[in-house]
Write a protein that binds this ligand. Structure first.
Ligand code: PEP
Ligand code: MN
Length: 338
C-alpha cells in the first residue's frame, strides 16, 4: 500500500502515521520529497481499508498495490482449485459440470421426473430450491424441509448430487446432512453472518454473484467463506443489474476470465437468471463454455408455463438436451470435456 501525505504535513503527524502502521505489524518506509512525503507499507495490508486511512486529514492519497483478499488470490495459490462433490470434480481441467433442474422443488414425483430428464439430457447435478428468495412475500416461498427430502429421494434414484439454496443459518444442520452443494443466492452474497456460518460447513458452496456487486466484492464474499475454513467455493456468474431492460439481468461473461486471472476458484455461469428468457439461454450457455466456464447452472422444467417459479427462464427437457449437445462441441473446440 502506498500513502502520500499533504504538502506541509508536520513531522509529528508523519511520526504518528508511522507508529500507527508499525503497531499493526507492518513495516513502513518513508520517502521524503521537498513538498510531499510518500509511505510504502509492506506486510499484510488486507486488514487496512483505504477509506479508514483517508480519514486522516493529512493523507492525500492511498493506493493499494495488492488485492485485499488472500485465500482466494491466485498469486498465493497458482494452481486451480478443483472442488470434489461425491467424486465429481469441478474446476481446473475437469469436465464442464452441468447443474440443472427446476427453479423450485415441486414435490416428490415431479422432482424425480425432472431428475431423470435432466440426467438424460446431460446434467451431472440436480438443482432445485426448497427455500426460495422471492421478491414478494406473497409469492411461493418453497417447500422447505419437504422439498429437501424430495431432492434426496431423487438423488437416491438417479445418483445426481443435489444443489439447493440455503437462506437461513437455522437450516445449516439440515443442509449439512442432506445437500451436496450449498447454494448462496445472489441476494445473500453479502449476508456476512450467513457467509461466516457456511465457512464452518463441510459442504462445497456455490456462491452466486450479487445483483449489483463488483467482482472484487464477490471475491471478498468468497474470502469470508474461505477464512472460516471452507475452501471449497465455486463462484457463479448469474448476471448483474444494469440499465438494460431487454434481459432480466446483464450477463457479465468477462467475469469468467477475470475470476480465473484473479482467483484459483472454479467459476460457473447461470444463463437462466442472467437472461430471464428461455430463448436466450442456449446462446449464452455456448458463450459461457467458450469463455472458459467450469460449469453451467440451467433451469429446466417439463411444463414451464406452470412452473412454481421462474418458468420464463426454464428450458424444456428436449431443448436442454439439445443445448448441452451443442455445448459439448464448443467444449471440444477449446480442448475441454463435458
Ligand atoms: C436460483 O438459483 O433459483 C436463484 C434464486 O438464483 P439467484 O440467487 O442467482 O437469483
Ligand atoms: Mn430461479
Amino acid at each position: 500500500m502506498i500513502i502520500s501525505t499533504k504538502k506541509g504535513t508536520p513531522q509529528v503527524e508523519l511520526d504518528r502515521i508511522i507508529d500507527n502502521f508499525e503497531h499493526q505489524g507492518l513495516s513502513v518506509t518513508l520517502i521524503r520529497g521537498t513538498d510531499y512525503n510518500v509511505f510504502g507499507l509492506v506486510g499484510d495490508t488486507t486488514k487496512i481499508a483505504e477509506k479508514d486511512v483517508l480519514a486522516n486529514p493529512w493523507v492525500e492519497n492511498v493506493t493499494r498495490v495488492s488485492a485485499p483478499y488472500k485465500r482466494a488470490n491466485r498469486l498465493f495459490h497458482p494452481e486451480d482449485t478443483v472442488v470434489d462433490v461425491n467424486g465429481i470434480k469441478i474446476g481446473g481441467k475437469s469436465p464442464i459440470a452441468v447443474m440443472a433442474g427446476p427453479c423450485s422443488v415441486e414435490g416428490e414425483e415431479h422432482t424425480l421426473k425432472m431428475a431423470k430428464l435432466v440426467k438424460a439430457g446431460g446434467a451431472n447435478f440436480l438443482r432445485g430450491g426448497a427455500y426460495k428468495p422471492r421478491t414478494s412475500p406473497y409469492s411461493f416461498q418453497g417447500l422447505g424441509t419437504e422439498g429437501i427430502l424430495d431432492l434426496v429421494k431423487a438423488r437416491e434414484a438417479t445418483g445426481l448430487p443435489i444443489v439447493s439454496e440455503l437462506m437461513d443459518e437455522a437450516h445449516i444442520d439440515e443442509f449439512e446432512e442432506y445437500v451436496d452443494v450449498v447454494q448462496i443466492g445472489a441476494r445473500n452474497m453479502q449476508n456476512f453472518q450467513l457467509l461466516k456460518a457456511v465457512g464452518k460447513m463441510h459442504k462445497p458452496v456455490l456462491l452466486k454473484r450479487g445483483l449489483a456487486n463488483t467482482i472484487e466484492e464477490w471475491i471478498m464474499s468468497a474470502e469470508y467463506i474461505m477464512a472460516g475454513g471452507n475452501e471449497n467455493v465455486i463462484l457463479c456468474e448469474r448476471g448483474i443489474r444494469t440499465f438494460e431492460r431487454a434481459t432480466r439481468n446483464t450477463l457479465d461473461l468477462s467475469a469468467v476470465p477475470v475470476i480465473k486471472e484473479k482467483t484459483h476458484l472454479p467459476i460457473i455461469v447461470d444463463p437462466s437468471h442472467a437472461t430471464g428468457d428461455y430463448k436466450y439461454i442456449e446462446s449464452m450457455a455456448l458463450a459461457a463454455v467458450a469463455a472458459g466456464a467450469d460449469g453451467l447452472e440451467i433451469e429446466v422444467h417439463d411444463n414451464p408455463q406452470c412452473a412454481w417459479s421462474d418458468g420464463a427462464q426454464c428450458l424444456k427437457p428436449e431443448k436442454f438436451a439439445e443445448t448441452i449437445e451443442k455445448c459439448r462441441k464448443v467444449a471440444a473446440a477449446i480442448g475441454r470435456e463435458m
